[in-house]
Design a protein around this ligand. Sequence first.
Ligand code: HEC
Ligand code: HEC
Ligand code: HEC
Ligand code: HEC
Ligand code: HEC
Length: 182
Amino acid sequence: MNNNRLPMLLGLGVLAWVGIVILLAFSGRLIIHRFGPMPEQPVQFNHSLHVNKLNLECLYCHQYAEQSIHATLPPTQVCRDCHEGADIQRPEAQKLAELLETVDEIPWQRVYKVKDHVYFTHRVHTTVAKLRCQECHGPIEDMTVAIRSAGGSSDRSFLEMGWCITCHKRRDGPRECINCHK
Ligand code: HEC
Ligand code: HEC
Ligand code: HEC
Ligand code: HEC
Ligand code: HEC
């Protein structure tokens, strides 16, 4: 190869990398702009693996999603049932094993949260309105980390009042203030 070309090729390579980095940062910013930063979890829980590969139902872990206001996160005993004593050669599973020895309950950080002045209940949405979890939570069974996702909705007001109202208009949900602000 002609030695004079080397600096030019190197320069092009650097330019390409800078481009890729800018692009990644920009798309990351777009996601963060729309859904807010995702919380850091004590251990990375992989929905895709537990739901798609191990065939566990959502309700196996989110027991009250059809009965109550809160779907609830699984008590750590649910994880212990399978993981205690199991030697799974995956870095996050090893991290989990260490964590299970030091804490009683894993301090999960909430991904979805409406403000305290808002009344939302899972039971009515999952059983009376018969909505699938994915309509509000996106394709969580394909996620290796749970992120906020508007599901089928491309509504920019995701998780804000306009998001609830848009669906309530479309599907005949209640629209009086008192329903959501008690
Ligand atoms: C029904 C049994 C079962 C339950 C319940 C279960 N797990 Fe697992 N988990 C597994 C198995 C099996 C694997 C390894 C699968 C493989 O390697 O293909 C695994 C893998 C993992 C991994 C490694 C994932 C990765 O991407 O490397 C983590 C972390 C984990 N589980 C966390 C949890 C937590 C936290 C809970 C409780 C909320 C839980 N698991 C509940 C069976 C279970
Ligand atoms: C083996 C247990 C397990 C199964 C099965 C499971 N999840 Fe989860 N899920 C968890 C754990 C643990 C967390 C908390 C960690 C996290 O947010 O990543 C969580 C978090 C979530 C969150 C975010 C909660 C928040 O913090 O606001 C949603 C939404 C969710 N799961 C929906 C689902 C749906 C829908 C299914 C079925 C397709 C499902 N999960 C199946 C264990 C499970
Ligand atoms: C109509 C939209 C909607 C549907 C359908 C829905 N969720 Fe939710 N989910 C939400 C909202 C909004 C929050 C935040 C609630 C809050 O802050 O109190 C939430 C929060 C959660 C949480 C966090 C912990 C908790 O108890 O609030 C989990 C876990 C969860 N949902 C799982 C599920 C599962 C599993 C299904 C299906 C069986 C489901 N959701 C169906 C809108 C929905
Ligand atoms: C994807 C559609 C959809 C979304 C998104 C949605 N809802 Fe609903 N909601 C419904 C439907 C449909 C009903 C009516 C169910 C029935 O009674 O037939 C309903 C009913 C309700 C009720 C009445 C509960 C009861 O006890 O009768 C409340 C409160 C409510 N929604 C709050 C909210 C809030 C707050 C949000 C946003 C954080 C929200 N909903 C987002 C579809 C939705
Ligand atoms: C279907 C549910 C729903 C109905 C009906 C509803 N709201 Fe809301 N409202 C919400 C949600 C969800 C938020 C929280 C938005 C957020 O967290 O950013 C909110 C927020 C608000 C806020 C505070 C804005 C903020 O930044 O927190 C006010 C004020 C408000 N609503 C007034 C009303 C009035 C007045 C009505 C009746 C005309 C009404 N809402 C009907 C769901 C509803």
